[in-house]
Ligand binder design. Structure first.
Ligand code: FAD
Ligand code: SF4
Length: 502
């Protein structure tokens, strides 16, 4: 009997659940599939990241003595068949894919030997453990899950089993607006890497692709090996973590990454495991007494709270979750999402431009600018989900469904978020410097200079008043809508219709 191991592109983990239990004589295959890339116009840097990281991972395994086959093919089946025959493989082992569409593809793959699926170990909570936790609850509150996670892994807990600092959540200290006119408000430069020969070969392959892609590839600096990803983690802890918390929600022109960690691409590929990120941050907190606790707790909340929770809800949700459309939104995605220079609003232009250059925008840019806009403009959730999936360096099905369909678009009717993340220009004006470079006025809601975030926001509330009234947390804002003079509301409706159809 000969076992063979197929390592998927987002399973580049040194703790891979199958790899760690096999002898180094086991044949291994990794496959670059072009058909997989044709599904949507992916960001060119995403393709380089995944393929280069796969090639580097294969090289590392080869150097350790594993017999590795690396295939570049149109689809997965042909190279698998050739390899199974050449290596006389009688059982194929695969670690369970995280994404449901790929799991379905695997389930229908016809091969001459049986496929054994081994549970995925790239998260802190296994699929079964999250399901157990979720089954006993009426509402899947992230805060409850986060507390359970802190207790379960004994992270930032004192000897008496209580949260260090006396509270679970220091979020209220983490919403500072940027210091807009202060030249000392300067985040440290991110750690980027020069592409080596292997990465440059992949960059050329991506440039030569005959299918549509998105974004720019004039520069590429992402980490493509575990060792580089570990350096990014260490660099984050020494240069960024202390200030991460307070300015987590801030947005500043020309400062693409602020104090964010840039770790999501590496966590999502398996180059880093969430437990090592959490432990490294907790260790730094205990070793360096001057690290602000709100930053430490804020970062741990992101990784062992939000990230695990989003994946858990993805596993737990129904197969048709991705088709949810609670508001019944049907507008098409504006073309400028694919071409930042055409975006009429400065906030959108800045976030889209940065996404084209890097495949990256931080959480608040994704949520409160791009998603907020598409929500209040009534764009179909599945269109915006497709765009996010194509555009971001760290995008995968598991992270799209919950973040875009659930959190961003509220298309699941509140399974995940307690109210829609809809906001007028006030929020963007407070948390960024974008409005000062814009043709619109963030303080105006009707007339020529009216900011589209304003009239689209009030029109959104007006259009969905009945549905929103069912959400307790919306009553205050709906009361403000009721106080608005009918003439102004009518003008708002007109502006919104013109904008949507013009
Ligand atoms: P930091 O701000 O430094 O956060 C630290 C880490 O926490 C991240 O690296 C990430 O691993 C984790 N994290 C925090 N929040 C989430 C979350 N809601 N879901 C998953 N992980 C989280 N994250 C992705 O990994 N891929 C995506 O495609 C993606 N799309 C998103 C789309 C929308 C509309 C929204 C609102 C959020 C999305 N996120 C996504 C979550 C989050 O925005 C990114 O993880 C984060 O911006 C990545 O940058 P960072 O590593 O610098 O994050
Ligand atoms: Fe965006 Fe409105 Fe501010 Fe312009 S004025 S940047 S459209 S929020």
């Amino acid at each position: 009997m000969t076992i063979g191991l197929w390592i998927l592109g987002d399973q580049l983990s040194h703790q891979h659940a199958v790899l760690t239990n096999l002898s180094p004589a086991t044949p291994i295959i990794l496959i670059e599939s072009l058909a997989h890339v044709r599904v949507r116009p992916y960001h060119q840097q995403k393709l380089v990241l995944v393929w280069s990281a796969m090639r580097h991972f294969a090289q590392t395994l080869q150097a350790q003595g594993w017999p590795v086959t690396y295939a570049e093919a149109e689809e997965f089946r042909s190279p698998l068949l050739a390899w199974i025959e050449a290596q006389q493989i009688t059982e194929l082992r695969v670690m369970a894919p995280i994404d449901k569409p790929f799991a379905q593809q695997l389930a229908t793959l016809e091969l001459p030997c049986p496929i054994t699926i081994v549970p995925n170990n790239q998260f802190l909570w296994s699929a079964e453990e999250f399901t157990q936790w979720a089954k006993s609850r009426k509402r899947l509150l992230m805060e409850d899950f986060y507390r359970a996670s802190r207790k379960r892994f004994n992270v930032l807990m004192d000897a008496g089993g209580q949260p260090i600092g006396g509270s679970w959540n220091f979020d209220k200290e983490n919403r500072k607006p940027p210091k807009k006119n202060d030249p000392t408000f300067q985040p440290p430069a991110p750690l980027w890497f020069e592409p080596d020969d292997l990465t440059q070969t992949v960059m050329q392959k991506v440039r030569d692709l005959d299918c549509p892609t998105y974004g720019r590839l004039d520069r590429f600096g992402w980490a493509v090996t575990r060792s580089q990803a570990q350096q990014v983690l260490a660099h984050f802890i020494t240069t960024r973590l202390a200030t991460f918390g307070p300015y987590e929600d801030a947005m500043v022109t020309g400062q693409d990454t602020l104090w964010h960690s840039l770790l999501s691409p590496y966590l999502n590929l398996g180059l880093l495991h969430p437990i090592e990120v959490v432990q490294a941050i907790e260790d730094a907190f205990h070793e360096q007494q001057d690290l602000p606790f709100n930053s430490v707790e804020g970062m741990i909340r992101q990784v062992m709270g939000w990230r695990e929770y989003m994946r858990g809800v993805y596993v737990y949700s129904a197969e048709n979750y991705g088709y949810s459309n609670w508001f019944g939104h049907q507008q098409p995605l504006p073309d400028f999402f694919w071409n930042a220079s055409q975006a009429p609003m400065n906030c959108l232009r800045q976030c889209l431009d940065q996404t084209e250059r890097l495949g990256y925008a931080h959480h608040i840019q994704r949520l409160m600018v791009l998603n907020n806009f598409t929500l209040i403009a009534g764009i179909a959730p599945q269109e915006i989900e497709q765009w996010f999936h194509a555009a971001y360096i760290d995008a995968y099905d598991w992270v799209m469904q919950t973040n875009v369909i659930g959190m961003g678009q509220y298309a699941d009717g509140g399974m995940l978020a307690s109210k829609p993340y809809a906001a007028s220009a006030n929020y963007i004006n407070k948390m960024s410097d974008y409005c000062k470079g814009c043709q619109f006025n963030p303080k105006v809601r009707v007339g020529e200079k009216a900011c589209p975030f304003n009239f689209l926001y009030w029109d959104f509330l007006d259009r969905h008043r009945k549905k929103l009234a069912q959400q307790g947390r919306m009553s205050f804002i709906l009361a403000n809508l009721d106080k608005m003079p009918e003439t102004e509301l009518e003008e708002i409706r007109q502006l919104a219709r013109t904008w949507q159809h013009g």
